[in-house]
Design a protein around this ligand. Sequence first.
Ligand SMILES: Nc1ncnc2c1ncn2[C@@H]1O[C@H](COP(=O)(O)OP(=O)(O)OP(=O)(O)O)[C@@H](O)[C@H]1O
Ligand SMILES: [Mg+2]
Length: 238
Amino acid sequence: MYYTYSDKEHPALEDISFDLAPGERVALVGPSGAGKSTIVNLLLRFWDYREGVIYLGGHELKRYSPEDLRRLLGVVTQHTHLFNATIRENLLLARPGASEEELIAAARRARIHDFIQTLPRGYDTCVGEGGFKLSGGQRQRLAIARVLLKNAPILVLDEATAGLDPVTEREVMDAVYSLMQGRTTLVITHRLVGLEVMDEILVLDGGRVVERGRHEDLLRHNGLYRRLWELQHQVLAG
Ligand SMILES: Nc1ncnc2c1ncn2[C@@H]1O[C@H](COP(=O)(O)OP(=O)(O)OP(=O)(O)O)[C@@H](O)[C@H]1O
Ligand SMILES: [Mg+2]
């Protein structure tokens, strides 16, 4: 696919093509501004790409209506939108018929249930612009609980654990990885952690795929992935 934002001269994405087959796990990695979130927006059909293809479950993406996509995709992005409503209502949006047990199970798996319990009105606390102010990490965990509840066949996680401390991140990622089992998943991250389980990793830089393959192949290849990986592991060790 190719994509240029209307206010930009240079394309944000050039010559990108990949296949997300049923049950497969693909990761998009690369430095900030590489074009990762742009791909997610195209996947959600906020905008349409000009050339190239995205296959979803063996069908070209453009054959799905935005409504179909919303049903098929469970999305956690960098920007979690909460409605001016209670926590319960925000969670139930994902699956209006969910029972209280299902709600709590999803919140537990997303490591947010205990926090909700500490609020004076619990699940009936109003959040959103006019309500109780949640931290970035608490919002992320609510978004993850929402996706767990929705139980969509395809998961799209764009920096899903951004804003979490390393310990909580590890816990939430464990929940997310267990959810990924046998499910089509697109993971977007610039943190190269836990990517050994991916079927394919696309390394983006400046809107292009500069490397692709599995974690161990990319490490052996000695390119951008390896450099990013070494840099992060130095930082982690230091
Ligand atoms: N809504 C927009 N309008 C115009 N340009 C945009 C828009 N969103 C992103 N861009 C530009 O497109 C390029 C790719 O941005 P994108 O958000 O896809 O990067 P990213 O890989 O997700 O980065 P990050 O790791 O920081 O989230 C950047 O040069 C950015 O400035
Ligand atoms: Mg992004």
